[in-house]
Write a protein that binds this ligand. Structure first.
Ligand SMILES: Cc1ncc(C[n+]2csc(CCOP(=O)(O)OP(=O)(O)O)c2C)c(N)n1
Ligand SMILES: [Mg+2]
Length: 328
């Protein structure tokens, strides 16, 4: 993170901080609820990566489309999906954003143009391609943003999607969250070429790398890239260099990385870095932080209340939307 002061409105700075703190506290709460058995199935935490979702999301209008991965709590919250509807989804309740049928990995909210939540690594890429193609064919100046992990660059559909997006000059922004690992496999153990920018350039997509622990750097790079994409210049890939502080999922003994490495990255905690910076610039005092923590604590607690109070889907709906209606 550069120390140079960036011109930033105090209100906007506090907004960015509040969003990151909301994601952090929401997920700490989710981890606790998981150990209590309230949330079941898989749960992948985004803790450590908050600056990526929050910084990037500032670049998009409500008309743009967002496609994410199964590690999408941060993107969903930053997109403005109410925490209660996400928590209810993780509980499997009918008032969840995917009516309790998707769980943590499959958040969807069409009203906010949030198209998943995808359990399949790389699975969001061709979907984003289709959304961007539809916009291009119908002459709409909207952007589709596709988040995916470093693990997805091993998939054929990564190259297929980049190639077609470049060939057809689609309004698609590829956002690769490089947290160095795909489950327990480091990038260098599965890729001969570890520079993701070069892979993108090989497919005809201009690419750049950004410090993913610096929310302002992510915001500014994403805004610039999104503007170019919106102008019709074709796709761009940003590699956001980040790190997850927690295990891959709740069932991962983390034998593939050292405690020292994790500690080194924790020293660049995106929230702590931003807090220190804002204090230094005179944009944040203790009372602001306390107010943010208080507001976020209430929001998370209300979200849990909404999940607890939410109804289960009635048993009669068991096969609804599972099979197509029989032809008569
Ligand atoms: C096609 C496919 N292959 C394998 C898996 C199993 N799997 C689940 S998560 C994951 C790692 C993906 O890592 P990355 O894309 O870097 O995302 P991160 O978890 O680091 O956010 C793998 C291999 C899967 N879900 N889909
Ligand atoms: Mg990864």
């Amino acid at each position: 993170m550069s120390d140079a002061k960036v011109e930033i409105e105090r209100e906007h700075a506090l907004h960015l901080l509040r969003e990151m703190v909301l994601i952090r506290r929401f997920e700490e709460g989710s981890a606790e609820l998981y150990t209590l058995g309230k949330i079941r199935g898989f749960l992948h935490l985004y803790i450590g990566e908050e600056a990526v979702a929050v910084g990037a999301m500032q670049a998009f209008t409500p008309d743009d489309a967002i496609v994410a991965t199964y590690r999408e709590h941060g993107q969903a919250l930053a997109r403005g999906i109410p925490a209660g509807s996400l928590m209810a989804e993780m509980y499997g309740k009918a008032n969840g954003c995917s009516r309790g049928r998707g769980g943590s990995l499959h958040f969807f909210d069409i009203t906010r143009r949030f198209y998943g939540g995808h359990a399949i690594v790389g699975g969001g890429l061709p979907i984003a391609l289709g959304l961007a193609l539809a916009d291009k064919l119908q002459g709409r100046a909207r952007v589709t943003a596709c988040f995916f992990g470093d693990g997805a660059v091993a998939e054929g559909e990564f190259h297929e999607s980049l190639n077609l997006a470049a060939l057809w000059k689609l309004p698609l922004l590829f956002l690769c969250e490089n947290n160095l690992y795909a489950m327990g496999t480091a990038l260098a153990r599965h890729q001969a070429q570890t520079d993701i920018r070069l892979k993108a350039q090989g497919d005809g997509v201009p690419a750049d790398a950004v410090d993913g622990m610096d929310v302002l750097a992510v915001e500014s790079a994403t805004k610039q890239a999104a503007e170019a994409v919106r102008r019709g210049d074709g796709p761009i890939l940003l590699e956001l260099r980040t790190y997850r502080f927690r295990a891959h999922s709740m069932a991962d003994p983390e034998l593939y990385r050292s405690k020292e490495e994790v500690e080194q990255w924790k020293a660049r905690d995106p929230i702590a870095l931003f807090v220190a910076r804002l204090r230094e610039w005179g944009l944040l005092v203790d009372a602001d932080l306390a107010a943010i923590e208080g507001k976020v604590a209430r929001e998370v607690s209300e979200a849990v209340g909404m999940a607890e109070a939410g109804p289960w889907e009635p048993i009669e709906d068991l096969t609804k939307d599972v099979y197509a209606p029989a032809e008569r």
